[in-house]
Design a protein around this ligand. Sequence first.
Ligand SMILES: [Ca+2]
Length: 531
Amino acid sequence: MIRRTFFALALASTPSLFSIGTYAATPTNGTACASLAALTIPSVTIRSATAVPGGGFTPPGSRQEMVLPAFCRVEAVARPTSDSEIKFEVWIPPAEAWNGKFQGVGNGGYMGSISYPAMALALRRGYATASTDTGHTGDDMKFGQGHPEKIVDYAYRAVHVMTETSKLIVRDAQGRFADKSYFVGCSAGGQQALSEAQRFPEDYDGIIAGDPANNRIRQSFGFLYAWLATHTTDGAPIIPQAKLQLLTKSAVDACDAIDGLKDGIVDDPRKCHFDPAKLLCKNGGDDAACLTQPQVDAAKKMYEGLKSPKTGEQIYTGWPRGSESFGDAAIMSWRTYVMDPQEPMRLGFFKYFLFHDPNWDYRSIDWDRDLAYAEQKLGFFAPVDKDLSGLKKHGGKLLMYTGWMDPVVPPQDTVAYYEGVTKTMGGAERTRDFARLFMAPGMGHCSGGPGPNTFDALAALEQWVEHGAAPDKLIATHSTNGKVDRSRPLCPYPQVAHYKGTGSVDEASSFSCVAPTSVSPSKTTTTSGTR
Ligand SMILES: [Ca+2]
């Protein structure tokens, strides 16, 4: 209720922007690209409208040229409040190349820039597409200090305003509205996707939420906890990269066979209870093949996650065994978000959004008191509402996916959200007819990892939205040096890919999606009524 009230107040000053009725009657033909600059939409300024010929295009702030088909590039800024400055772009294919659809694309991190690569992907598939900087520049949180409306823009308003306005611009350019609208996002984009599904269910017909960082308040607490758990009081990281790799290798070796197939992938890390104490160095020593006691303790805390010191309640889930370090890139390990930073990630959330104190001392955190304060004050900031009846009523479809080895957003948190939706929406069958979650064993944060991690979620969602063909599996591939060396089905949760017993374990056709056979912690809430 707090979130909805806040929303109503925040929009009270600009009702006209959100009424399509203020716009002129549908033109019979589209408007020439350059003429779109003359378009008037309340609270929106069109900064430019330029026909871009097919070929090389270098986006602002980038040195990397993208090869694109011809499109009309519209740059705009929306100001739904007097403190708003929401920049966004709309790219529109020429009528003959347009697939008749619109695609909003999500951002990463704390956003602060337009997602040109994601727009390029959409444009190449024939979509008219839009992206926003969410109302601020850069990936830190200083913009929120003294600017509560900018926090709202970032939290959910910018994407909604971008969506409604872009649809109007596309209509003007093409002479008709898009037939269908999709939103595609991963990480922070997954958060935006769930925000749209919960708050503005009529914006999109199909929504993809990958590795969603939607539990954003508790995640900020989780990052703070993780950093404190894995750094000395001097701020030095306790577990070096080589030991992270040792942990992953040991955990996977110990748990690989639990799923019935020794293939280097742990299908469900919740069933893996590998104890890092098994790696404890003998006689207090320290070498490459073992862990010191502080390293064992730090790893255990990462697996356990943040619990209330007062009640023992799990405030934020731990990170899965196997996510420690499964590749050379820092993002394929705990390094980027936990180990490498000089201070806890997303500290700005506390300094600029919550306490408005740039000098706030993170060691003064009171987990219970400060969490209660944060959820009371900034509840609108985290789209964790499990009631998706608005989306269901609209006929919208939600496709979620998450890597089981995600070292950034713990996959258990995404599973917990989906299980909560299942419960709220009246059970598994009533949920899977419009919302499905695909877990990707061995996949990292949005991509990468030893498991199959490349798949076309949008093609599957298009079939679902446009032809009523719900995805019973997604075929994912894994490549080494650009060559596909394994394919597997990703299955709608709680199903898992089961080896049929014959054929190559590197071929998707050797697997079928089945209900999990062994008992899992989530069985009581999710498996009833499923096949
Ligand atoms: Ca396995």
